[in-house]
Design a protein around this ligand. Structure first.
Ligand code: NAD
Length: 420
């Protein structure tokens, strides 16, 4: 029988651990284990044969102690309410850890967007946003792109909201096209953030990033930009992979050349300059200094964790390391930079976009990337400092420090507001 993991069970387990480590009473867990509000909506779309098809959608607003709810909307055929709630809880911790003035939210529509025509996708997007429009807003809840939603979908959300509310409310969503107040730098933000986080951690744990070898699993948005910026920072990216396979070159790969081959021929495996080809999973076990899983969740398990040779693992993807695997890695002295810390570049850039929209400003991409670099550098240093000062690093993964900082900030804000 295939085990189906309920992400909400996992999210609550992580919260429980943080609450216990912080020594907070049980009721604090009870309060934070539930979202403040979940909106369930029906999203009807007229199909091309004249019939109407109904899709289910949700927006989960987990916590607003630190600011308006913030988090993406995903369109996927397997979306469930529990998944959306779990993702909104993770956004609360990610935003809190990053030091942003945001709470946590997440949305989802159970639909396969690939089978919709552009007109149907627009109708679905507009109807979903109309249905939640009383609960979102610049100071209430600010959605953004996630799986299978993009700047065009954000443009429809913004337009629908602005028509309903009769104004020009660019700040109601982030990740918009540049013509509507978005930032071009959003595209590179997550990968750039991962690269900065790796560089900063390497300074403290590996004696610097220059000349260090790197393997990246997943050569999509996050993986490509992580590889590109790490190369520019002086690292040697020796291996990358996508869903079809991986490539290795001891001299180092040029991420731009690999990308042009992937664009032209569909996969990195067609890159002619590779010394070796391998399966997508083999890339994880290469003898490198830094490993960046940037594809999908659950790839580092208790089965392959004993064979991971990297000294530093940076979770570009969400949830690539299972709890059991992380225990093994920690015992072996491998440091895992957790997802809520290292892949927060996207939401940090979203915050910069939102602030710029609110001010009616014109920030440049260069300035925005500088701000992101500053924030990520500070965040990595804070989390590493807390971990080394407050915890036994041979027993506790860095994730424990990250969760303790994130949860405690929310708890303190709730106490100050009289909510706890
Ligand atoms: P993407 O679709 O652009 O890229 C995913 C890449 O992974 C593709 O190259 C695909 O071929 C590859 N892949 C899929 N299965 C694989 C496998 N088994 N082995 C090796 N490669 C495989 O997606 P993305 O936006 O880069 O997101 C990647 C991960 O990062 C996801 O977990 C996502 O949730 C997370 N993330 C993304 C952002 C963002 O801003 N894009 C922000 C935070 C977290």
């Amino acid at each position: 029988m295939v085990e189906v993991r309920d992400p909400l069970v996992e999210a609550r387990r992580q919260l429980r651990r943080a609450i216990d480590l912080l020594g907070h009473p049980d009721y604090v867990y009870e309060v934070l284990a539930e979202p403040e509000r979940v909106i369930q909506v029906k999203v009807p779309v007229r199909m091309d044969d004249g019939s109407v098809k109904v899709f289910m959608g949700w927006r989960s607003q987990h916590n607003s102690a630190l600011g308006p709810y913030k988090g993406g909307v995903r369109y996927h055929p397997s979306v469930t309410m529990n998944e959306v709630i779990a993702l909104s809880m993770w956004m609360t911790w990610k935003n809190s850890l990053a030091g942003l003035p945001y709470g946590g939210g997440k949305g989802g529509v159970r639909v396969n967007p690939k089978v919709l025509t552009p007109r149907q996708l627009e109708e679905l997007s507009r109807r979903y946003f109309e249905a939640i429009s009383d609960f979102v807003g610049i100071d209430q809840d600010i959605p953004a792109p996630d799986v299978y939603t993009d700047p065009q979908v954000m443009a429809w959300y913004f337009d629908e909201y602005s028509r309903i509310k009769r104004g020009y409310y660019t700040g109601v969503v982030t990740g918009k096209p540049p013509e509507l107040g978005g930032l071009q730098a959003r595209v590179v933000a997550t990968g750039y953030g991962v690269a900065v986080a790796v560089r900063e951690a390497a300074k403290k744990l590996l004696g610097g990033i220059e000349g260090k070898t790197v393997a990246v699993q997943g050569f999509g948005n996050v993986g490509y930009y992580t590889a590109k910026y790490l190369s520019e920072m002086g690292a040697r990216v020796v291996a990358v992979s996508d869903s079809r396979g991986g490539i290795y070159s001891s001299k180092g790969l040029d991420p731009d050349e690999v990308l042009s081959v992937k664009r032209r021929e569909g996969s990195v495996i067609h890159y002619p300059g590779a010394e070796k080809k391998m399966s997508p999973m083999d890339v994880l076990e290469l003898d490198v200094d830094v490993l960046v899983p940037a594809a999908i969740e659950g790839v580092i398990t208790e089965e392959n964790a004993p064979r991971i040779k990297a000294k530093l693992v940076a979770e570009g993807a969400n949830g690539p390391t299972t709890t059991e695997a992380e225990k093994i890695l920690t015992e072996r002295g491998v440091v895992v930079l957790p997802d809520i810390l290292v892949n927060a570049g996207g939401v940090i850039m979203s915050h910069i976009e939102w602030v710029n929209n609110r001010m009616g400003g014109w920030i440049t991409d260069e300035e925005a990337l500088k701000k992101l670099e500053y924030k990520m550098t500070d965040n990595v240093s804070r989390v590493l400092g807390y971990w080394q000062k407050k915890l036994d690093t041979s027993k506790h993964p860095l994730r424990d420090a990250a969760y303790m900082i994130a949860v405690d900030r929310v708890v303190k804000a709730m106490k100050l507001r009289g909510l706890l």
